[in-house]
Design a protein around this ligand. Sequence first.
Ligand code: CP3
Length: 363
Amino acid sequence: MLKNDAFLKACRKEPVEFTPVWIMRQAGRYMKEYRAIRKKVDFLTLCKTPGLVAEATLLPVDLLGVDAAILFSDILIPVEAMGMEVRFTEKRGPVFSDPVRSESRAEGLSVPGPLESEERMPFIPESIRLILKALGDRVPLIGFSGAPFTLATYMIEGETSKSFTWVKRIMYSDPGLLHNVLDKVATTVIHYLNMQIQAGVHAVQLFDTWAGALSPDDYREFALPYTRRVIDGINRGINRGITRGTRGFDSRGFPVILFANGVSGILEDMADSGAGVISLDWRIDIGDARRRVGGKAALQGNLDPCVLYSGPSVIKRYTRSILDKYGPGPGHIFNLGHGILPDTPVDHAKALVEIVHEESSRR
Ligand code: CP3
């Protein structure tokens, strides 16, 4: 039994006493305690050292009072397990040495099944077990994965891209190749998430960060079917007893949050994915989003991360506005519209959590 299950209740659109809040990238460089851990080890070593993963994961629970913890890791971990070599650089972020741009390169990708996932990423279930022990049922733990389209984007571009010219070149000139890559990634993600669920995470978030760069038609062809397959794969795993961790699960499915940066053109399609929660960026009015989704999913979001540069009174005004726009009734999880920025003052993140709790419990 969790002491604070407001987050899981909101995922299922059950009534809560206050709006639960957590922050994307809540353990990160804006915290001096995180920077102290990173002084000792590089980023990938941190992700693969369960003791340090648990330490990082717990920081925002202890320091900010958020209503959910999220496994400290990166969306590119399972891509490495598919046989791609990734480096994290200070300036350019993640870089792959041999991006996938041909059929022969795609054929060379490995698709780790349940056993290979455990063999190649043993630090994931080990970290989850350590985190659950350290949390002691205070708040739920969120697992995560990149969604297939966003992972394929990194595999094809080879690094973070602004214009996605390689993935789109292939999308329009050789769509079969892109589908082939997406198919392999989707299968990998299903096993990867079922491994996390089996180890005990209470919910999962799918980061489809770059899906908002697609036209709605292309979203329906290249992103949505694979996201759906992942969500079906998770629920099928649970129904067949392949995955044990059924906490928070009922006939409506395991709690899955689907995030994209730039949801407004694809919102109704995202709501058709089977995800119980849609995570919004800040460019959309959450009241409009609620009307458009029409009860198909709970909503998460959607404060502009830059509001946290201001101070408590401005944070309060913007927070109230989002709570007002969402309106009465359950099914809202407060969050930023994208990850917290590295130069955010920690006090402002802490103030946000307090303000969300205070303002929402008064209603
Ligand atoms: O939310 C959390 O606190 C959990 C941890 C988490 C990280 N990355 C830690 C991280 C999560 C959920 C992610 C997801 C992730 N990783 C995404 C999707 C979410 C999003 O922001 O859109 C993406 C696109 C990545 C890929 C990635 N990882 C990039 C582009 C970078 C470099 C940019 C940057 O911010 O430095 C990373 C590195 C990364 N992932 C850091 C952290 C804390 C910084 C690494 C460091 O300590 O130097």
